[in-house]
Design a protein around this ligand. Structure first.
Ligand code: PHE
Length: 352
């Protein structure tokens, strides 16, 4: 190799080192071993030389070319390594970052109560029924022996909807779940008619109907939207005694305590006769000694049974309507009903 060759190799190395990207490197390569690169030009110059000189100078130029190719290869590898390094760095995951935790959700405390009520009554052979919250006047009142203009309607001051029913009276947001008594009977009326036709024993009605109800009421223990759970058991021989057994059993199971007294306090509802409020009393704990009202109840009025399309001699029994919101407050020791419906997650997550 001549000093000229060595100088070319040197400047090739410098040009390669100065190339910051693969494209720049390819451009630098062209200057030396491309079609009209400096080494290529030297090769072209060999043609005019005599054979001997051609041989020795050709070998020297080839050596220089190999040195340049080697330098090129090294620089290519170095650039590829750097690129990979940069990519790894850019795409790096910080495995030490704390994860994003998705906390499990939970049911609303009143939903928990409703589930509990359904489970307990299902275990006593009750079906669970669901019905409309926008209700006709006939279902909410008249079918329940509470005719238009009857003063007992004021017990259930109601929200009305701007749609008239068939009777010209506007629909209402149901003030109680009792319309479900008549709705449920109507929904199953075929079954009863067929039993009569076949001369079989009359099938019982044994159902609860939990759901939302509405009244013009708002304070620490009343919300304009609240929950009720209707209960209805009609058969040929169902009596007030059965109501006492069923409801006592329910309360003791619900509150997980046998240390619970029940009181049936005479009352009035147009759709039951006789009627009673059901009060409970805990014998121990923070609420001990106080009578707490949890339900209205009574023997289903014969006129209501007739409105169901049934024979009051064959379908005798009781109904009750209880307040799941109240039961939830008592079970968890919450004194303000509004907390349940404000949607404050700090309150609600405690029941998860
Ligand atoms: N519907 C009554 C109320 O809302 C409760 C009730 C239901 C009473 C069934 C007797 C029988 O106050």
């Amino acid at each position: 190799m001549t000093t000229e060759h060595e100088a070319i190799i040197e400047s090739a190395r410098a040009a390669f080192a100065g190339a910051a990207t693969p494209a720049e490197l390819e451009n630098a390569k062209a200057q030396f071993i491309g079609k009209s690169g400096r080494i290529t030009e030297l090769m072209k110059g060999l043609a005019a030389l005599p054979v001997d000189e051609k041989k020795s100078r050709g070998a020297a130029i080839n050596q220089a070319k190999q040195a340049i190719e080697a330098a090129l290869g090294e620089r290519r590898q170095a650039l590829a390594d750097a690129e990979l390094e940069a990519q790894l760095e850019a795409e790096a995951l910080d495995v030490s970052l704390p994860g994003r935790v998705r906390e499990p959700g939970g049911l609303h405390p009143v939903s928990l109560t409703l589930e509990r009520i359904e489970q307990i009554f299902a275990s006593m052979g009750f079906a669970v029924a669901d019905g409309p919250e926008i209700e006709s006047d006939w279902h909410s009142f008249t079918s329940l022996n509470n005719p238009p203009n009857h003063p007992a309607r004021s017990m259930q001051d109601t929200f009305y909807v701007d749609i008239d029913g068939d009777d010209g009276i506007p629909y209402n947001l149901r003030p109680h779940t009792s319309p479900m008594q008549v709705r449920y009977a109507h929904a199953h009326i075929k079954k009863y008619a067929e039993a009569v036709k076949r001369g079989e024993a009359m099938p019982e009605i044994r159902v609860i109907a939990p759901g939302r109800t509405y009244r013009v009421d708002s304070d620490a223990t009343h919300s304009p939207m609240f929950h009720q759970c209707e209960g209805l058991w009609l058969g040929e021989n169902v009596s007030f005694k059965d109501l006492k057994v069923v409801f006592t059993d329910f309360c003791r199971t619900f509150f997980e305590s046998d240390d619970l007294a029940l009181r049936f306090r005479p009352s009035f509802f147009p759709f039951t006769e006789p009627s009673a409020e059901i009060d409970i009393q805990f014998q121990s704990g923070p609420l001990a000694g106080r009578w707490l009202e949890v339900a209205g109840s009574g023997q289903v009025h014969p006129q209501v049974v007739r409105n169901m399309g049934l024979d009051p001699e064959k379908h005798i029994g009781f109904a009750f309507g209880m307040g799941p919101d109240r039961l939830t407050m008592l079970r968890y020791g919450v004194s303000d009903l509004r907390l349940f419906f404000d949607g404050d997650i700090r309150f609600l997550r405690q029941f998860r």
